[in-house]
Design a protein around this ligand. Structure first.
Ligand SMILES: [Zn+2]
Ligand SMILES: [Zn+2]
Length: 408
C-alpha cells in the first residue's frame, strides 16, 4: 500500500499547475470542466442505457406505455449523476488549487470524492438504493484488498468469512422480513418456514417424500434438489456461453472448440459454485428437516455455512463484499427498528462515503482499486477522467522511489 505523508504529497504536487495534473489537454479550468462534462454526457448516456435496458428487460411484462415518461425522466437524472461525479471532483480540485495555490491530500483524496458522491441526490430516489449498493460493494472490495497486506492467508480467511456470513444471511432471510426488502439482491433465497406443519398424506414415500412432511418445499426432496440445482447450472452455463461468444466471436464458427472452451475449468467455476451452493444448501436442509421431523429456522445456519464452502471454487471479492454489506444492512435495520432511530439518509450517506473511499483508493492505492470501478470510470468519462489520476499517481510513485533511495 502506498502510504504517503502530507508533506511528501504536497512537495511532489505543488510544483505543477492544475492544467498539468488535472486536465492535461486543456489549459483553462472552466473549459476543461466543460469538455469533461461533454464526454461524460456521451459516456453516461451509453452506460445508463445499457443498465436501464438490462433492468427493464427483466420486468418488461409488467411495463405499460404510461411508465415510459417516468422511466425517461429517471434515465435523464441518472445521466446527470454520471456527469456530476467526475466534473465535481475535477472542479473541486481546480477550485482549491486556484484559490489556495496548493494541492492538499485531504482535498484530492477525501473532499473531492465526497463532493462527487453528493451527486446521488440528482438521481431518482427509487434508484438510489441500487446505485448506493453497487458503489458500497465496490468500496468494500477496495477495503478488503487493502487489508490483504495485513492478512497472511487471505484465501482461508475469505472462505471462512463467506461461510459464516452466508449462514447468518440464510437464517435472517428465513426469520425476519427485514432481510427481504425488494431492493435487496442476492442470487438465492431459502424457502420460508411453512405455517402449518400438518401431516401430508399425499406425499409419496417411494419417491423420497415422508408421510410427516417436514421440509419447506412441496413434492419430494430429490425432485426439489434436482430442480433447484439444474435451474442454476443451466442459467450460469447460458451466461458463461454468451460471455465467451462476446469475448471471442470467432468461436461461433467452430462449435467443437467453443464447447471445449465452455467446459474448461476456468469457465466452469461459476457454474460449479452455483450448483454446489444451491445443492449443498437444499440437501443439508432436507436432511436436517427429516432427522428433526420438523423444519426449524436454525437449520438455515448450518446449511448456509456448508453451502458457503463453494466460495473456495470461485473466489470473488465483490461477492464477498456484497454479502458482508447485506448482513450489515440487516443488522442496521434491526437496530433502527429496535431503538426507533430516525431514518437519516442512510442510502445517500453510504453512497457518498463509499464513493470517497473508492476515489481515495484510486489515487493512493491504485493497484488495489476494484476493476469494476475502473471500468465504470472509463466508460462514463470516455477515458478522459483517468488522465487526472494517472499524472498524480505517476508523480507520487516517482517521489516515493526517490525517498526510498535517499533512505537507503
Ligand atoms: Zn484546473
Ligand atoms: Zn426435502
Amino acid at each position: 500500500m502506498v502510504a504517503m505523508s502530507r508533506q511528501v504529497l504536497r512537495r511532489a504536487l505543488d510544483d505543477y499547475p492544475c492544467s498539468y495534473l488535472v486536465h492535461p489537454d486543456e489549459p483553462i479550468c472552466s473549459r476543461a470542466c466543460f469538455k469533461l462534462a461533454l464526454s461524460c454526457w456521451k459516456g453516461s448516456a451509453k452506460y445508463f442505457l445499457l443498465m436501464y435496458a438490462a433492468q427493464y428487460a427483466i420486468k418488461y411484462k409488467t411495463l405499460t406505455l404510461e411508465d415510459v415518461p417516468s422511466i425517461l425522466k429517471s434515465y435523464c437524472r441518472s445521466v446527470l449523476l454520471g456527469i456530476w461525479c467526475p466534473c465535481a471532483i475535477t472542479g473541486t480540485i481546480c477550485l482549491w488549487k486556484n484559490v489556495t495555490g496548493r494541492f492538499d491530500k485531504e482535498v484530492v483524496c477525501y473532499v473531492a470524492g465526497l463532493v462527487g458522491g453528493c451527486g446521488v441526490y440528482l438521481d431518482n430516489a427509487k434508484r438510489r438504493p441500487i446505485v448506493s449498493y453497487t458503489i458500497s460493494a465496490l468500496a468494500m472490495e477496495a477495503l478488503i484488498r487493502r487489508l490483504y497486506g495485513k492478512i497472511n492467508r487471505p484465501f482461508k480467511t475469505e472462505t471462512i468469512t463467506f461461510m459464516i456470513m452466508n449462514g447468518i444471511l440464510m437464517y435472517k432471510m428465513r426469520t425476519t422480513e427485514l432481510a427481504s426488502f425488494s431492493r435487496d439482491i442476492w442470487f438465492f433465497r431459502p424457502p420460508k418456514i411453512r405455517r402449518s406443519n400438518k401431516i401430508d398424506l399425499n406425499a409419496d414415500d417411494r419417491i423420497g417424500g415422508t408421510l410427516n412432511k417436514a421440509c419447506p418445499h412441496s413434492g419430494s426432496c430429490r425432485n426439489d434438489i434436482i430442480k433447484g440445482v439444474s435451474k442454476y447450472i443451466l442459467g450460469t452455463t447460458i451466461f458463461t456461453a454468451t460471455r465467451i461468444l462476446i469475448l471471442n466471436p470467432k468461436l461461433r464458427r467452430n462449435p467443437i472448440k467453443f464447447l471445449k472452451t465452455l467446459f474448461e475449468w476456468d469457465n466452469m467455476r461459476l457454474t460449479t459454485f452455483f450448483g454446489w451452493y444451491v445443492g449443498a444448501y437444499k440437501m443439508l436442509s432436507c436432511f436436517l428437516c427429516r432427522i428433526g421431523e420438523r423444519d426449524r429456522p436454525e437449520y438455515a445456519i448450518a446449511a448456509g455455512f456448508i453451502a458457503g464452502l463453494s466460495y473456495g471454487v470461485n473466489r470473488n471479492i465483490t461477492v464477498l463484499g456484497s454479502l458482508i454489506l447485506y448482513v450489515a444492512r440487516i443488522y442496521g435495520r434491526e437496530v433502527q427498528e429496535k431503538y426507533q432511530l430516525p431514518r437519516i439518509h442512510f442510502m445517500e450517506l453510504s453512497m457518498i462515503i463509499s464513493f470517497a473511499v473508492l476515489i481515495n483508493s484510486r489515487v493512493l492505492d491504485h493497484k488495489n482499486c476494484p476493476r469494476g470501478f475502473e471500468f465504470m470510470l472509463k466508460t462514463v468519462t470516455q477515458d478522459r477522467f483517468t488522465a487526472l489520476f494517472d499524472q498524480i499517481i505517476r508523480i507520487l510513485e516517482e517521489e516515493k522511489r526517490s525517498e526510498q533511495i535517499n533512505a537507503t
